[in-house]
Design a protein around this ligand. Structure first.
Ligand SMILES: Cc1cc2nc3c(=O)[nH]c(=O)nc-3n(C[C@H](O)[C@H](O)[C@H](O)COP(=O)(O)OP(=O)(O)OC[C@H]3O[C@@H](n4cnc5c(N)ncnc54)[C@H](O)[C@@H]3O)c2cc1C
Length: 495
């Protein structure tokens, strides 16, 4: 997957595309893959890098969502559990089975959560990841040696999926490209074009690198702009009522000593009635998340002090060693593109189901849902878009389509002693994964910024050097890249 080649393919195709997808997160890339696998001509445009939005900022779980079970949303859980099973089969090197332990400190917790998790097992059916069971106090501590022992009665173990969100996204994009989709990053959609009968039939976009403007026509335009979906809908119709209720969630990242085993912790009820996860991820510990309504989505959301305090406080109720700000290696925030509801209270209670809306202008918007359900969302969206555009009917092929496995970079010099990333990975990212900036490499092709922001800062000059060599850039570009990365990395540091 190479940007130069993508532009060449874009320019060579002069007929209208079957579908143009706006947004290169899980939703948009999923749609591009689904459509391309059916044989439709698909063009995807992402204003920044693939996954720059919410899709690189998740809790990294491919899960049914035990907490939706408590709300009685059985169909959502069943659908997500099925998708979890399909993804594990189609991308075995990208999704791993992770054990979660719910620690019990009250007598009623073992029967209550134990029963709920048995139902979770049952709903997974043939897509199950392993059976839940009660753990004694000793077994709980053997799995979670850093857990607070005072009042501990035991635990319940259950199984779910874990992944590296930005990595899966790049592999999905590569798979979509192999199926014939054209995907451009740093291509911002700046306007929508309408036909004589006032229906949307194309987009104007700008190549952010060169400033050049382009137009592209399509039988149907799909809005997969996540938290930014309403802005695009307003392009089509300035009076469009908003459909997104953006909600921010943050995570704190610590070193592995806070969770040295292979199991994660699920705190089933925090003081604000949510769940909290502490999970081992890429040899670090990730703890989150929060649910804070926000007014205007931004691409680089900033964690609030209250969110940080909340996670530190909640984690210290369960961990023998209290984590402090000084222990935080990185903090990252993301914005959920939740669908508004007339009767809902806070964003925490909003449904995680997805919604497809077709506006009178013919713009198809797909939003909501979860990373876990991206494939099913894409299937529904392409079905509806194809019908709307009167394209020949073709069945979905992604239920058993293998996703390209990640490339194993040749061993070469490490970029930092605290992280496993190598110079060869930077070069591969530039040549084959459309990485264009230092941030693309350090935030999404590798996860350095999300794991250890200081280490990522130290790596930036060398990454700029390597990228400049690959992309034919000069010394000034290198300096600007490092400065831009420093600016962004500041938001990932607490002290
Ligand atoms: C804190 C948090 C934790 C989560 N944890 C999980 C989890 O563990 N498991 C799970 O299944 N789900 C999880 N989710 C949900 C999941 O991450 C999201 O549902 C999913 O990533 C949304 O993807 P998206 O493609 O719709 O949006 P995004 O990833 O935000 O993609 C939208 C893209 O559109 C682009 N765009 C916007 N406007 C334009 C334009 N004009 N031109 C071109 N491009 C444009 C943006 O740049 C962006 O990249 C979590 C979400 C959050 C916030």
């Amino acid at each position: 997957m190479n940007r130069y080649d993508m532009y060449r393919q874009f320019l060579a195709w002069t007929a209208p595309w079957d579908m143009i997808v706006v947004g290169g997160g899980a939703t948009g890339v999923g749609v591009a893959l689904d459509g391309a696998a059916r044989g439709y001509r698909m063009l995807l445009l992402e204003q920044s890098d693939f996954g720059k939005g919410t899709s690189s900022r998740s809790t990294k779980l491919i899960h049914g969502g035990v907490r939706y079970l408590e709300r009685g949303n059985i169909s959502l859980v069943m659908e997500a559990l099925k998708e979890r099973g399909l993804l594990a089969r189609n991308a075995p090197r990208l999704v791993r089975n992770l054990a979660f332990v719910v620690p019990n400190y009250d007598w009623w917790e073992a029967p209550f959560y134990g029963l709920g998790l048995k139902l979770y097992d049952l709903l997974a059916g043939k897509y199950g990841f392993g059976h839940s069971r009660l753990l004694s106090c000793e077994e709980t501590l053997a799995r979670l040696p850093t857990l607070k022992t005072e009042g501990l009665r035991g635990g319940i173990i259950y199984y779910d999926g874990q992944f590296d969100d930005a990595r899966l996204l790049i592999q999905l994009a590569a798979t979509a490209a192999a199926q014939g989709a054209v995907l451009l990053n740093y291509a911002r959609v700046t306007g929508l074009m309408k036909s004589a009968d006032d229906l949307i039939d194309g987009v104007c976009f700008q190549d952010i690198e060169t400033g050049e403007e382009y137009t592209a026509r399509a039988r149907v335009v799909i809005n997969a702009a996540g938290p930014f979906s309403d802005a695009l809908r307003r392009e089509a119709d300035p009076s469009a009522e908003p459909m997104i209720a953006p909600s921010q969630g943050i995570h704190l990242v610590f070193d592995r000593s806070f969770l040295p085993g292979d199991s994660a912790i699920l705190v089933p009820r925090t003081r604000d009635g949510r769940v909290l996860f502490a999970i081992p991820w890429l040899r670090h510990t990730v703890v989150g998340t929060t649910d804070t309504p926000v007014l205007e989505p931004v691409l680089e959301p900033i964690p609030t002090e209250q969110e940080i305090d909340f996670i530190l406080e909640t984690a210290s109720l369960y961990l023998a060693r209290k984590p402090t700000c000084a222990d935080v290696l990185s903090v990252f925030a993301g914005i959920r593109p939740l669908v508004r509801s007339a009767q809902s209270g806070g964003t925490a209670t909003l449904s995680r189901d997805h919604t497809i809306r077709i506006d009178p202008s013919g713009l198809v918007t797909i939003c909501g849902g979860k990373w876990t359900t991206y494939r099913r969302m894409a299937e529904d969206c392409v079905d509806q878009a194809a019908m709307l555009a009167r394209l020949p009917e073709r069945p979905c092929r992604t239920a058993d389509l293998a996703i390209d496995p990640p490339h194993e970079a040749a061993t070469s010099a490490r970029l930092h002693p605290d992280l496993p990333y190598t110079e060869a990975q930077v070069i591969w990212a530039a040549r084959e994964e459309m990485a264009r900036t230092v941030e693309d490499v350090l935030a999404r092709r590798t996860r350095a910024l999300f794991l250890n922001a200081r280490a990522a800062l130290a790596m930036a000059p060398r990454v700029a050097e390597l990228l400049a060599g690959e992309l034919g850039r000069d010394g000034r570009w290198k300096q600007e890249q490092v400065a831009a990365f420093r600016q962004i990395a500041r938001n990932y540091l607490l002290s």
